[in-house]
Design a binder for this molecule. Structure first.
Ligand SMILES: [Ca+2]
Ligand SMILES: [Ca+2]
Ligand SMILES: [Ca+2]
Length: 299
């Protein structure tokens, strides 16, 4: 009887060992993954403005056509700038990263990417577009679009319409938009802002081709080095706006001079195309503005 019990016990232990092994992340048995799509191409300055300003956005999910529904502009908004921001992926590097654009019935023809992140071994090349549609955006409305890749693309994934506006109801502040194409996996990338002063601000981030998945590694956003969203083991970038579209609005404490945002991802491979920071105006801007106001009193 004892022998039978011992054999059964042994078999039970064997089964448990196999079951535990199957649930351990595969990385435990292999070398740590090396970066395939390194953090080397962060978004860079696209537009900045100082005044009674803010920005609103509309997103669109994966597809070569769709519409942006702008609903949150206040009645007295004056539109200052509008950009259609998207990306396109390729299996390998191509001579050109180009797409045919139509926005709200206006045909823009074939447009080259503003920038691209070259594919490296085992990687995907990523083109980034920040297309100026200021003349086409007139207020709250639904704006149809098409964005069709020219050469064997495997996108586009998510799309963003970002609109900068002024309103008498807003405080005086500074705003900066960054755009680009950062193809990122198993790595971090850091972009910098340089227009705001000290105080409370709002950080905006857009990524595409991120998805909910068991993430091997860290998905996070850091601001000036401090973790503000996600973290180790997190699935932060999980298409929170629908298929392959993510947008984050995060309150932050900003400082005059330079402010940085760092995006980190593990296994989830995605494109980072846009970041914006809104905050109190920098000291130089305020002094300049005050001097201009002073002069205007004596004209
Ligand atoms: Ca990259
Ligand atoms: Ca992904
Ligand atoms: Ca994810």
């Amino acid at each position: 009887m004892f022998k039978v019990t011992a054999v059964l016990f042994f078999i039970l232990i064997l089964f448990m060992s196999v079951a535990i092994a199957e649930n351990v992340p595969s990385s435990a048995f292999f070398e740590e993954p090396t970066s395939r799509i390194s953090g080397d191409n962060p978004p860079t300055p696209l537009f900045e403005y100082t005044g009674q300003c803010d920005l609103v956005f509309a997103g669109a999910t994966m597809g070569e056509s769709g519409s942006f529904d702008l609903t949150t502009l206040p009645d007295d908004a004056t539109i200052i700038a509008a950009y259609f921001i998207t990306g396109i992926w390729y299996e390998d590097n191509l001579d050109s990263y180009s797409m045919a654009f139509n926005f709200n019935g206006t045909d823009f023809g074939v447009v080259d990417a503003d920038t691209y992140d070259e594919a490296i071994e085992d990687g995907l090349g990523l083109g980034g577009f920040s297309h100026d549609v200021t003349a086409e955006v007139t207020g709250n409305s639904s704006y149809s679009f098409s964005a069709v890749g020219i050469e064997g693309n495997i996108g586009p994934y998510g799309h963003l319409l970002t609109v900068v506006y002024t309103s008498e109801s807003l405080p005086f502040r500074a705003l900066q938009l960054l755009s680009g194409a950062e193809s990122l996996q198993f790595d971090s990338s850091t972009a910098s802002f340089d227009v705001v002063g000290d105080g409370q601000g709002m950080l905006h981030i857009f990524t595409e081709a991120d998805q909910p998945e068991a993430s091997d590694g860290e998905e996070s956003i850091r601001f000036n080095g401090s973790l503000i969203a996600g973290g180790p083991g997190s699935d932060l970038f999980a298409s929170n706006g629908g298929d392959f579209f993510s947008y984050f609005e995060l309150p932050v404490t900003v400082q005059s001079g330079s402010n940085s945002v760092t995006i980190t991802t593990g296994e989830d491979w995605f494109g980072w195309h846009f970041a914006a920071l809104v905050g109190p105006p920098g000291a130089v801007e305020t002094r300049h503005s005050t001097w201009d106001q002073l002069k205007s009193y004596f004209r």
